[in-house]
Design a binder for this molecule. Structure first.
Ligand code: NAI
Length: 740
């Protein structure tokens, strides 16, 4: 056996002539696409080519393996945040260099096998796609896919070119590239991304070597399908009749899927795939590199990498959690109120393995709440995603009750009764005597300030354990939980709440107490801005379309119908009262007359079957109410479409800045993730804080200065509420962003 260390890639040949290239970056806990890797892999493949080509070579085949927990972690995303258009040619050359190595590996005359021991996402899968056979361990940690699109990128390491040739345009685009799903090993096998599964890590290398032994003499085994004579692309080339029928409809389909919002990555993927499919492999690969470079040097990828990689991984690794508090595990939780929210909260807690006591005023209510979990499980079972046994276990952990004594020994309470401070105080008082002495006390209130609610806890010494845990509806689907720290909330309580949110597989953001916390406050100003525009004469169809094309999931009229205008009036009253208490005159809000008019017309919500939209008997939306343009006649001269969009985006961003200024927010990650996951801020813009610091103006200038300039323009045209605060001006002057 000969061994040579090639820094990031080890080269070992065994007695059977099988060479194993083990990726093992000496300077990191994971293998990534860095310069050291690129050089080491190139050297290893060059050496292989030389050995295999030498007369009398005994090399039978090659295994690509990893010595890390993941197979390969993909591109250097942090580095990508720094690149600009000026770096385009350098990056193109680097990408082409790495791809040449993979192409050389894939065209060796001996079979090459990928031994996938852990996650192979993005660049990791692209390495594996350049082998002749992929074997993966069937373990939960093994995730396989090309998720680049979700970061505003495209798989530029051959991922587009090879998946199109493996699966055909339609399948590659629809099932792998455009949405970038991450497959479990078994699903990847079903899809055909993986050829073989083994049950354990120990079986992996032997299985890889066994495949080489069995295929060493089969000529085609060392050839990729697209390098074999007579290869035909599955589904046909773009010029084939079947494809010619499918392709023209595709951009429209994609636009519909993205609701018309501008996601450059999806467009580039589509282009690269179609253009690449019409040509030979090497040209296709170069086309793919070009599109990759245009994306990676653009602002959209930076926005998305910031939010979905940097911010999200920081939050998940505890960046917003106070240090020095031991990791907390809640075993028994009492959920007070088994309504819509309580039922959902009980489900996610039980799913995470906690024992749940679900309490309501009557046992019937509580049982109805538990039944919500049963229904979710039934659906999951019918889809083959859950076994009956696991379902029974989960349901067995939920005890419905009307008796506070069932809270005995619980280490956590989550209150979700009606939005009434006196009732909330009462239900806490009922269970307090039964709880474990240091139990965490949480309220799921969506509007009541936490500091005030805490005073409802009779035992003043317990108020530092009181905290807001704001879930979003529907609880089982929405990924965010906003943790609200009241004035008296301790570090310990905050750390515990953070641990609980992670344990139930949700993403926590931490904010300081304020009316509407962070998320409700920001979505509130956006809806009001939208309704004000309707009142000013913006056409309702333009308004809704502008919102979805900006990347909001729905328009302001649709949200208002869901939210219920009566509720908005209630919140308005609280807001106005707060202004009055502070002795400050409340700013005029153009939304108020619109709301009042609609209520007067009896069109307050989807709930009553009538709002800005019409609804059929089953509650299904049936289009914008025809009478709306009579009540709010569209102005003859419509304001620019981009202004409609930017008024909604800027008003949210400026309110976010205000939250920083007031100390409600202390972290850009919380603002970005909170705004995207909680209230549908456009993902393509990377969140409400990133929208300010990474703002890209129409003239191509980027950054906070460009944001301020545009905000001042909007202020001039539409009112003072768009005038940036001194705080933002100062941030820009200092050349700083928000705290991370
Ligand atoms: P809901 O009306 O569906 O449920 C409230 C439940 O509390 C009912 O089942 C009621 O019987 C029960 N309840 C009343 N008095 C009780 C008592 N003394 N003991 C035990 N249970 C009692 O209300 P929903 O929508 O679930 O809201 C609950 C809380 O969650 C509110 O504070 C609300 O502001 C908050 N919230 C609501 C969101 C939403 O989208 N609906 C989102 C986030 C928070």
């Amino acid at each position: 056996m000969s061994t040579q260390t090639e820094s990031a890639v080890r080269y070992e040949k065994d007695a059977d002539g099988i060479v194993t290239l083990t990726m093992d970056d000496p300077n990191a806990s994971a293998n990534t696409m860095n310069e050291a890797y690129a050089r080491a892999m190139e050297a290893a493949v060059d050496r292989l080519a030389e050995e295999v080509g030498a007369e009398g070579s005994d090399v039978k085949g090659v295994v690509i393996a990893s010595a890390k927990k993941t197979f390969f972690a993909g591109g250097d995303l942090k580095g990508m945040m720094q690149v600009t258009k000026a770096d385009s040619e350098r990056i193109f050359a680097e990408v082409e260099g790495m791809k040449a190595t993979l192409r050389k590996l894939e065209t060796l005359p001996v079979p090459v096998v990928a031994a996938i021991n852990g996650a192979a996402l993005g660049g990791g899968l692209e390495i594996a796609l350049a082998t002749n056979h992929r074997i993966a361990v069937d373990a939960p940690s093994v995730q396989i896919g090309l998720p680049e699109a979700s970061l505003g990128l495209l798989p530029g390491g051959g991922g587009v070119t090879r998946t199109v040739r493996m699966f055909g345009l339609q399948t590659a685009l629809m099932e792998i590239l455009l949405q970038g799903p991450r497959f479990k090993a078994s699903a990847a096998k079903e899809k055909g991304l993986v050829d073989e599964l083994v049950a354990t890590q120990e079986e992996l290398l032997p299985a890889a070597k066994a495949w080489i032994q069995a295929n060493a003499d089969i000529e085609d085994a060392a050839k990729q399908p697209w390098d074999r004579p007579g290869y035909k692309m599955p589904g046909g080339k773009p010029s084939s009749p079947a494809m010619a029928a499918f392709l023209p409809a595709f951009p429209a389909l994609l636009r519909k899927q993205l609701k018309g919002a501008d996601y450059p990555a999806q467009k580039a993927i589509l282009q690269a795939a179609v253009e690449g499919a019409s040509t030979d492999f090497d040209t296709a690969s170069r086309v793919e590199s070009r599109y990759f470079v245009s994306l990676v040097t653009g602002q959209n990828a930076k926005n998305m990498i910031q939010a979905f990689f940097l911010d999200l991984s920081a939050i998940n690794s505890g960046s917003l959690r106070p240090e020095g508090v031991e990791k907390y595990v809640a075993k028994k939780v009492v959920v007070l109120g088994a309504g819509m929210m309580g039922a959902g909260i009980a489900y996610v807690c039980a799913r995470a393995g906690m024992e749940v006591v679900l309490k309501d005023v009557t046992i019937e209510n509580a049982e109805k709440g538990k039944n919500y979990s049963a229904k979710i499980n039934e659906k999951a079972i019918s889809r083959g995603k859950l076994t009956q046994e696991k379902s029974d276990e989960l349901l067995g952990r939920i005890t419905p009750t009307a008796d506070p004594a069932d809270a005995a020994g619980a280490d956590m309470v989550i209150e979700a009764v009606f939005e009434d401070p006196a009732l909330k105080a009462k239900v806490f008082a009922e269970v307090m005597p039964h709880l474990s002495p240091d139990a965490l006390l949480c309220s799921n209130t969506s509007t009541l300030p936490i500091t005030e609610l805490a005073t409802g806890i009779e035992d003043a010494d317990a108020r530092d354990r009181f905290i807001g845990l704001h879930f979003f509806s529907p609880v089982d689907k929405m990924p965010l939980v906003e943790i609200i720290r009241g004035k008296e909330t301790s570090d310990e309580a905050l750390a515990k709440a953070y641990d609980v949110v992670l344990a139930i597989k949700k993403t926590p953001i931490v904010v300081n107490d304020s009316r509407g916390f962070y998320t409700s406050r920001v979505i509130g100003v956006q809806i009001n801005e939208g309704l004000a525009m309707l009142g000013e004469g913006v056409h309702p169809v333009s308004l809704e379309r502008a919102a979805t094309q900006a990347g909001f999931p729905v328009g302001p009229l649709q949200i208002s119908d869901e939210l219920n205008l009566e509720l908005m009036v209630k919140i308005r009253k609280q807001t106005l009262a707060a202004y009055e208490a502070a002795g400050v005159e409340a700013p005029k809000d153009g939304a108020y007359p619109v709301v009042d008019k609609m209520i007067e017309l009896g069109r307050s919500s989807r709930l009553v079957g009538k709002g800005f939209y019409d609804y059929d008997e089953s509650g299904k939306r049936a289009g914008i109410w025809e009478g709306l343009t009579e009540v709010f006649p569209p102005a003859e001269q419509q304001i620019p479409f981009v202004d409609i969009q930017e008024r909604m985006l800027f008003i949210e961003a400026l309110e976010t800045a205000k939250c920083f200024e007031e100390g409600v927010l202390t972290s850009a990650a919380a603002a970005n993730i909170g705004s995207i996951f909680g209230i549908g801020f456009p993902a393509r813009l990377g969140g409400a804080a990133q929208f300010i610091t990474g703002y890209e103006a129409a003239d191509g200038s980027i950054g906070i200065e460009a944001f301020l300039k545009r905000a001042n323009e909007l202020a001039e045209a539409y009112g003072d509420r768009f005038t940036p605060s001194a705080y933002l001006e100062e941030l820009a002057a200092k050349g700083e962003g928000f705290p991370a």
